[in-house]
Design a protein. Structure first.
Length: 143
């Protein structure tokens, strides 16, 4: 990614995470569960299963978009790379300012490479949900 993209990402993370509570580094089983949640939501997008996709969103995201249909409309129009990815590869995961982040390399339908940073939130019952996703362009192209 270009330096500007990294700066943009860091500014976004700092702005959105300045009040974040400290969390322990998730265990390997947590990272596997996180990847499963993301993969399951991507699969739901592929099937146009709005209810299933919405179920993987955090309570705050669900409150913001009210219904599975509104959520899917937002994803279709603003997140086409993850709505209909050509391919997906999980990248390194990390914790920043108490926020659990899983990065993905996404090749979109046009062959452009995008990095998707998923913010994950552990629920009271120990499960993980998606609390946000930030897409960043890349100068890479798929082969």
């Amino acid at each position: 990614m270009k330096l500007l993209s990294y700066v943009s990402l860091l500014m976004w993370l700092l702005a959105s995470l300045c009040m974040a509570a400290e969390v322990e580094e998730p265990a390997e089983a947590d990272w596997q569960a996180i990847q499963s949640v993301i993969a399951s939501q991507l699969d739901a997008f592929k099937r146009d299963d709005a209810a299933a996709a919405f179920a993987f969103a955090s309570p705050a995201i669900q409150k913001m978009f009210h219904t599975p249909g509104e959520f899917m409309q937002m994803v279709r129009t603003g997140y086409s790379a993850v709505y209909r990815p050509g391919s997906v590869r999980f990248l390194d995961h990390f914790v920043v300012s108490g926020q659990v982040i899983q990065a993905l390399e996404v090749v979109d339908a046009e062959g452009d490479v995008v990095v998707a940073f998923y913010i994950m939130e552990r629920q009271a019952d120990g499960t993980w949900r998606i609390a946000g996703c930030k897409l960043e362009g890349s100068s890479a192209v798929s082969a």
